[in-house]
Design a protein around this ligand. Structure first.
Ligand SMILES: Cc1cc2nc3c(=O)[nH]c(=O)nc-3n(C[C@H](O)[C@H](O)[C@H](O)COP(=O)(O)OP(=O)(O)OC[C@H]3O[C@@H](n4cnc5c(N)ncnc54)[C@H](O)[C@@H]3O)c2cc1C
Length: 490
């Protein structure tokens, strides 16, 4: 330990290395890993440059100490918790927006930059970025590296990453995409060589630490609109989403069941208590006067085009039995829900910094998150309602959104645990057991793949030669497996 402390002190000033137990304990939990159940890290470091990062990784590698990168620590699946102890690399001080390139439509950012910071900077220039429904304090770099589910997932490919700069234990500092050729060339993901940006996506910090990322940004149109449609069930809503995305009528669309919409009311109004109707036994039937679900779409572009797109969307929805919810009416009937969706889809910022994530963090338990073909999503929804009736306590609800021209859909069925977590431990344990087996069942029955890796080596093993090749690459980049080993990917 002493040798490690000495080595870290030779790289970083004392104020950027912490051995304080209170500081360190804070890194040891998230909503998937209760406090006190994981190992405590031995040090937390806050580098500010790729060179400092490289030195830290070299020291850790030499001493075989696990390293866990933490961008903002808002992940909820235990992926940024140092479950095997070691060093936490806290990226909060790498928080520069290095460039907003309006000509090529990308932003070059460091991993500690938050969604709030990036959204604000882009708004000033008439752009906005891909936004998940995460908290505004989380990191675009970390989120995009994990395959985001958010508001540009539909018309565009859900992958906003272009070029990366990555520090690795044994392969040095690597630049990918166009940046591989020249340090100042950050505009593209693909050039004339195989794609290495993709290697680091969905690797959860197990191959290296990204120190810079160029990410796609999108130009705001003359007109930006929120378009809301109520539906009585999933199948027509799914058909509506498919048609408007494939017809290039909207930039994105998400379907939220009524529980979500009441939840948005709660978040924006800052109320902490769930309304009784959210806890009712029959979750499939919405309370009086509320649609079963709302499909919210973002329209963006020249005014005349947007006007025509809106009309076509309304016609499609009506043909499928949907109900057009005018903005003014929605604002009056569901003010919080409207404010949330408007902020998210039109303003391009997550509403109410801090408060929103606080309420969510207090209640949230990761649910079943998968992606599958459109028709499979309908079968999975049925499966989940049946399971919920047997095993879950209300409230639970789901959200669906199409990816890349509706080739596949993202489906998240979430159970919210109410009341103090210590009282709910047995229930949470039971849920974890159910989710554990569920992913394999959904894969075999419906071809659905888990959305983010859930620490299941058996799932990884199913990939055959693909997994073997990844292991060989891992052997070159991080042969001593010091990089976030608690994720159980390698
Ligand atoms: C209530 C709630 C709801 C959410 N809903 C959604 C949603 O709908 N859609 C969605 O896409 N996201 C959602 N998320 C957010 C998503 O979990 C976070 O955006 C994501 O975890 C990034 O968070 P973070 O910045 O705190 O990263 P962290 O939690 O710090 O890190 C996430 C992972 O990336 C690794 N990592 C971090 N930085 C780097 C780096 N520079 N290089 C290499 N690896 C790195 C970490 O080790 C970890 O494995 C939600 C989060 C919460 C709390």
């Amino acid at each position: 330990m002493e040798e490690l402390f000495k080595a870290l002190s030779s790289v970083l000033p004392p104020e950027r290395v912490s051995y304080d137990e209170v500081d360190l304990a804070a890194y040891g939990a998230d909503s998937a890993i209760p406090p006190g159940t994981s190992a405590c890290p031995i040090a937390a470091v806050m580098p500010q440059s790729p060179e400092e990062m490289q030195h830290i990784l070299q020291i850790a590698d030499r001493m075989r100490v696990p390293v866990t990168p933490v961008a903002r620590g808002s992940n909820i699946a235990g992926l940024a918790v140092p479950v095997q102890g070691g060093i936490v690399v806290d990226l909060r001080l790498m928080n520069r927006i290095i460039e907003v390139n309006e000509d090529s439509a990308y932003a070059l950012i460091e991993p500690g930059v938050t969604f709030h910071e990036l959204s604000r900077a882009l708004m000033e220039k008439g752009f906005f970025c891909h936004l998940p429904t995460a908290s505004g304090g989380s990191s675009p770099t970390a989120n995009y590296l994990m395959r985001p589910s958010g508001n540009y997932a539909a018309r565009w490919d859900p992958d906003p990453l272009l070029s990366l700069e990555v520090a690795t234990p044994k392969a040095g500092i690597i630049r990918t995409g166009s940046a591989a050729f020249e340090e100042n060339l950050w505009r593209a993901r693909y050039q004339c060589l195989p794609d290495l940006t993709g290697l680091f996506a969905c690797s959860y910090g197990t191959l290296g630490i990204v120190t810079k990322a160029s990410v796609k940004i999108f130009q705001r149109g003359e007109e930006e609109r929120l378009l809301l449609m109520g539906f009585d069930s999933l199948p027509p809503a799914l058909e509506y989403m498919k048609r408007i995305i494939r017809g290039n009528l909207a930039e994105s669309v998400t379907f939220w069941t009524w529980g979500w919409n009441l939840f948005h009311e709660m978040m924006v109004s800052k109320k902490k208590d769930m309304p009784q109707e959210m806890l009712k036994h029959d979750q499939k039937t919405p309370p009086e006067g509320i649609p079963f679900g709302i499909a919210s779409a973002r329209l963006n572009g020249y005014r005349e085009v947007v006007e025509a797109q809106q009309n076509v969307c309304i016609n499609i929805a009506r043909e499928l039995g949907g109900q057009y919810l005018e903005n003014e009416m929605a604002k009056e009937r569901f003010p919080g829900c409207y404010e949330y969706l408007h902020s998210y889809f039109v303003k391009g910022t997550l509403p109410k910094p801090g408060e929103e994530s606080q309420i969510r963090a207090g209640l949230h338990l990761p649910g079943c998150l998968v992606s599958a073909e459109p028709s499979s999503i309908i079968a999975i929804e049925k499966h989940m309602w049946e399971l919920a009736q047997k095993e879950f306590e209300p409230p639970y609800f789901y959200r669906v959104l199409p990816y890349s021209h509706a080739r596949e859909f993202f489906f998240a069925f979430v159970v919210y645990v109410t009341g103090p977590i210590p009282d709910q431990r047995v229930y949470i344990q039971k849920l974890k057991g159910i989710y554990g087996n569920l992913y394999r069942e959904l894969l075999h029955k419906y071809g659905a793949v888990m959305f983010r890796y859930r620490k299941d080596p058996g799932f990884f093993a199913m990939t055959g030669n693909y997994g073997q090749l990844l292991r060989k690459i891992k052997g070159i980049v991080d042969p001593n497996n010091i990089m976030n080993p608690g994720v159980l990917l390698f």
